[in-house]
Design a protein around this ligand. Structure first.
Ligand code: NAD
Length: 352
């Protein structure tokens, strides 16, 4: 186990949480707290074995360190996983027991929703600890983060247009949106307000039809959307859409969307650079949801959360600056932006 931990990053602390009475088996990983408390959601998943769960939480918590640092937030990176089937193994007791473990860390780790957990689960955690975000609105929480994520994505698209075309006006630009769920549908609404020409696709044909009609967008099939000739491709569905099969068929100038893990592998980011396609790194452009929960820690206000998401614009421009400065792919530049901030600000904080 110790070998696995050191193989997957220089984590500060890994906590194994076990309560057989409620069937709790969970792992909390705190990757880095140089900039602030480690924030990251709790994933509940039917992992095949404990090593798989451990590797997942180590990888995800490290990702959160980079995301928070590049977002300019005073937060570190952490994540938790609960081993179990979210459909059949949830209970109030399980989440309250987990909440007690979170509480025992005294705010060093702050949790939130993730795949397999819901607002109601956060409410149960909140009964045992204040160190949880994403709680219901009537508890002072921030509710659904998707409109904020989508607004941040809009800002990232504008910054990318500025970089590529010299202006951030989206009027008349052709934007293809893949996936019309919580993030994608909100993004289409914002793009319409900007006067963009929009093409959409979702595997749910009814949703595609409804959104296309509501916002005057063109509907295409899920097989076509990635290869539509466009100024911007906004992936808002699943990850790994830029891969060996798709990359040479892309007919867009910018890739900027809400989806996580857009690149199948890092080398695809280098290949996009060679092809002259500008890529807005996923964890920088989709940080609006994280900014929204961060505001919850200060005392939530939807207006302030909305304002904060505008920072994605400058964050994305900073990434492009670093990419040009060091002649590297934008995905590598994003990591460098995060690492530079952790090293400079982290050192300043040590002086106190
Ligand atoms: P969602 O489940 O609400 O929406 C995803 C949509 O994509 C669904 O409508 C689904 O039918 C569609 N889809 C799936 N496969 C598709 C395909 N091959 N072609 C076209 N459509 C397809 O999810 P969401 O909350 O909107 O999140 C979308 C992406 O953004 C995910 O990658 C998620 O990890 C990421 N993200 C979301 C948030 C947030 O605040 N919700 C924050 C950061 C990142």
């Amino acid at each position: 186990t110790f070998e696995l931990i050191s193989k997957h990053g220089d984590h500060e602390q890994v906590v194994f949480c076990h309560d057989p009475h409620v069937g709790l088996k969970a792992i909390i990983a705190i990757h880095n707290t140089s900039l602030g408390p480690a924030l990251g959601g709790t994933r509940m998943w039917n992992y095949k074995n404990e090593d798989e769960a451990l590797i997942d939480v180590l990888r995800l918590s490290k990702g959160m360190t980079y995301k928070a640092a590049a977002a300019g937030l005073n937060l570190g990176g952490g994540k938790a996983v609960i081993i179990g089937d979210p459909k059949s193994q949830k209970s109030e007791g399980l989440f309250r027991a987990f909440g007690q473990f979170v509480n025992s860390l005294n705010g060093k780790y702050i949790t939130a929703e993730d795949v397999g957990t819901s607002v109601q689960d956060m409410e149960h955690i909140y009964m045992e600890t204040p160190w949880v975000t994403g709680i219901p609105k009537d508890f002072g929480g921030s509710g659904d983060p998707s409109p904020y994520t989508a607004h941040g994505v809009l800002m990232g698209i504008k910054a990318s247009a500025k970089e590529k075309f010299g202006t951030d006006a989206l009027k008349g630009l052709h934007i293809a949106v893949q996936g019309l769920g919580n993030v994608g549908s909100n993004l289409v609404k914002y793009l319409k307000e900007e006067g963009a020409i929009i093409t959409v696709a979702d595997i749910d044909m009814n949703r595609t039809k409804n959104i296309a009609e509501a916002f005057g967008a063109k509907a295409v099939s899920p097989d076509e959307i990635l290869f539509v000739e466009s100024d911007v491709l906004a992936p808002c569905a699943l990850g790994a859409i830029v891969n060996d099969q798709t990359i040479t068929k892309l007919k867009t100038k910018i890739i900027a969307g809400g989806a996580n893990n857009v690149l199948a592998e890092a080398r695809h980011g280098d290949q996009l650079k060679e092809l002259g396609i500008l890529y807005a790194p996923d964890y920088v452009i989709n940080a609006g949801g994280l900014m929204n929960v961060f505001v919850e820690l200060e005392g939530y206000s939807p207006e302030r959360a909305f304002e904060k998401t505008k920072r994605v614009y400058n964050n994305i421009l900073k990434v492009y600056e670093i990419a040009k400065r060091d002649n590297i792919g934008t995905h590598t530049a994003a990591d460098r932006l995060a690492e530079e901030r952790i090293s400079t600000i982290g050192r300043l904080k040590q002086r106190h």
